[in-house]
Design a protein around this ligand. Structure first.
Ligand code: AQP
Length: 342
């Protein structure tokens, strides 16, 4: 019976996802990524990483980065990730990520990396710090994914281009050195694949936005959430419908539909003939009802650092065992001498 169960786990496809501890997560990260993980984790062999190395591509205050990493670990668990079922670990605790990144760098080209939308966006946002890590971000992301022979990567729509590059690099490596990596597929969640900024609905909602009113943080309390929705940019007429020429209202309807489970059409019907002010208040309340219990549970978990340390240490051991299996194969394929133990 036990061996049968083990076999079932072995047969499950591998799912990998990583989130940067670059700030307190927003409802964009939650709706676009985290909220899907609980459902997915039992169907897949799930590996969740806290991408702290990626976070360093933008200037960080070291003590804040450490705090945010614990915050994110607690948030994953509060959102339903079971660290005994899934692997939950900190990226920098498994050096194989940086090691595979180096190998993949040797088959990546500056032209393709400088064309990435995120690189262009972040370069313009951080003109004083356009570093090599920022450009290399998608190669490290490819290493993260390919190390685990991942088949499925749940992502928000913003990461689609990076996932394409991971696939290209896997295919390029396999063609040059022989079959080594599985080719990963993306899984883009339906309703809230791209939650937009409340202040500038043409931009995606980001946790590192300098305008605090542009995003709802998973740490915001009910009053703050309602206040931010009241200030959210809307459109000129008074119709509450989803349409390309009404990006502000469309964004709020998408968020409302994601947190209530209603379809956008049902949400439009609910608010037919209502004022913007009533609509915004209702969206704020619905979001607060979703965020509040998660925040409380996250803070409870966060108060037990020993528990979190033990979860992350166990996670790193399990992740390393998988990662080094792939990395050893890669080293062998490219002609590096195998490390002798002892
Ligand atoms: N606005 C969004 N809507 C839907 N999904 C989103 N994601 C991020 N923003 C949205 C998804 O969240 C996951 C983790 O993202 P990340 O933190 O690793 O990096 P990011 O995409 O760069 O997120 P941020 O919030 O914009 O971070 P900063 O501000 O540090 O750059 C990914 O699956 C992403 O698709």
């Amino acid at each position: 019976m036990i061996s049968e169960q083990k076999e079932n786990i072995e047969q499950k496809k591998v799912l990998f996802s990583a989130i940067q501890p670059s700030g307190i997560l927003t409802i964009g990260n939650y709706l676009g990524a985290l909220s899907n993980f609980k459902e997915l984790q039992s169907d897949y062999k799930s590996i969740f990483s806290l991408a702290d190395l990626h976070t360093l591509t933008v200037k960080q205050e070291p003590s804040v980065l450490r705090k945010n990493t614990y915050e994110l670990a607690a948030l994953y668990i509060a959102c339903g990730i079971n660290p005994e079922e899934s692997v939950l670990f900190v990226q920098s605790h498994v050096p194989a990520h940086a090691e595979l990144c180096w190998i993949l760098n040797t088959i990546s080209y500056p032209g393709e990396l400088s064309r990435m939308t995120q690189f262009k966006d972040k370069s313009s946002k951080h003109e004083d710090n356009i570093n090599m890590g920022l450009m290399d971000y998608p190669v490290l992301m490819a290493a993260d994914i390919l190390l685990y022979q991942t088949e499925l990567v749940p992502i928000g729509a913003d990461q689609k281009q990076h996932l394409e590059l991971s696939r290209d690099l896997a295919i390029r490596f396999n063609n040059r050195y022989g079959e080594t990596f599985k080719i990963p597929d993306g899984y883009i969640s339906g309703t809230a694949a791209r939650v937009m900024s409340l202040a500038e609905p043409s931009k995606k909602m980001s946790k590192s936005d300098s305008n605090l009113n542009a995003f709802i943080s998973m740490d915001d309390d009910k009053d703050t959430i309602i206040r931010k929705f009241k200030r959210a940019v809307t459109d000129s007429d008074n119709k509450i419908i989803c349409s390309p020429d009404k990006p502000g209202i469309s964004n709020l309807l998408t968020i409302y539909s994601a947190v209530t489970g209603l379809s956008v059409e049902q949400a439009e019907k609910e608010f037919d003939g209502k004022q913007y002010s009533d609509f915004k208040l209702r969206v704020g309340e619905a979001v607060a009802d979703t965020v509040e219990p998660i925040r409380t549970e996250k803070n409870r978990i966060l108060s037990d650092k020993d528990y979190l340390d033990s979860v992350l240490s166990e996670g790193a051991q399990r992740a390393s065992a998988l990662a080094y299996k792939t990395l050893n194969k890669v080293y062998r394929k490219v002609g590096l001498l195998q490390r002798k133990r002892g």
